[in-house]
Design a protein around this ligand. Sequence first.
Ligand code: SF4
Length: 466
Amino acid sequence: MITYSDYFEKKEECGIFAIISKKGTDVAPAVYRGLVALQHRGQDAAGMVVYDGKTLQPQKGLGLVSDIYANGLTVSGYIGIGHTRYPTTGRCNIEDVQPSIFGKLAVTHNGHLANYDEVRKMLKNRGFMFTGTVDSEVIALLLSEKMSEGKEAAVRHAMETLDGAYSDGAIEDGKLHVFRDPYAIRPLVWGENEEYVAFASETVALDINGIPYKGEVEPGELITVGRDGKLERREILKKGKRHCMFEYVYFSRPDSIINGKYVYDVRKKLGIELAKEQPVTADLVVPVPDTSRTAAEEFSKETKIRFEEALIKNRYVGRTFIMPSQEKRKNAVRMKLNAVKGLVEDKKVVLIDDSIVRGTTLKEIVKLVRDAGAKEVHVRITSPPIKSPCFYGVDIPTYKELIANDKNVEQVRQFIGAESLGYLSLDGLKRAIGLPICSGCLDEGYPTDYAKKMAEGKKGVNVGCG
Ligand code: SF4
């Protein structure tokens, strides 16, 4: 048996939420709401750890947030951290569901450590025992090595040892701590109101709690907040900003602000840049739901080609349905998407999608539109070709799985069966985002040394938030 999610190419990563109440009120309901808002970043598991001044109380489970907490919250306290999980590092079982507790420390982690194996081996040689296979355990053990010298020294030690992306929250010593890797690869925002100070992967988790967005956790920064609600901010190891471009292209919700920019606004710009770079003669612009809708609308305005929602998604096909393995990928795509025949029949259609990973899903979508009667199917992509793996937590694992790694644009066009194919250029992407980005998976422009070394050896990676 193969699960439905095995058939689709782009998977979410993890989301974190962290909060402290200045009034000493129970934060568990706010953590729950934050996790609901971050559900799109991981649907395999979720959890929270809440601290009441005495104990770290976990409540976690496998599956969707609404199912895990269907029978109510069993934890309460004035500090809480939470996590939604899409795992590939770490086994998919309850022991590895975050947040993780190590003695008096609780940790929630978003990202991926490129040098996880190496650091784990090093710690084992120093006599540390491991209970799981997740990144957060490596981070917690590194912190514990220097905790006696103070939190700043502990976080510096971790940052100097780790190579990769991490936006993490922790509860320790009755305080909330958050820190972000020296390049700020994964997002981490913060907000505050009279009652709370909160941190989250995306602002939607602040919005749902009515907490105004105040700004970003800076690269290599450690922020500590105690009961008085004052932020103690320290720059530990800053190397510059290199934000993940995929957060804007695909992962984050369009109603989120990350790194100071609305994802919605960036997606509009992606559509405008794409229209300028890759114009096409067609009758209809059709987004592949859901991520590319905003860009497709702008592409339509710019090219003056009519916009139509001619691909309809079945909202009730969740990621858990099971298909017999002999069923073809085609059937999986058709379980999820259908074309509005009356719209595409005898029309030249331009499909807008956010990226091509393996190409197999898009090939079936092109066929679906053609089978519905389209005269021509053109494809335009709001990101450049993905040629290399991601070592920072996005599920783009091996070179051989990436169609653009060994095929040029014409060969990819032939594979997906479209009349034409056009990608946004790296310059166009940079213009649309307007911030320094990581472009590792596009041109091997990885910001960190270990990931560069992995790329030189053409090594794939087990990625994920562990
Ligand atoms: S390699 Fe690609 S997916 Fe990974 S962090 Fe960099 S831009 Fe994002």
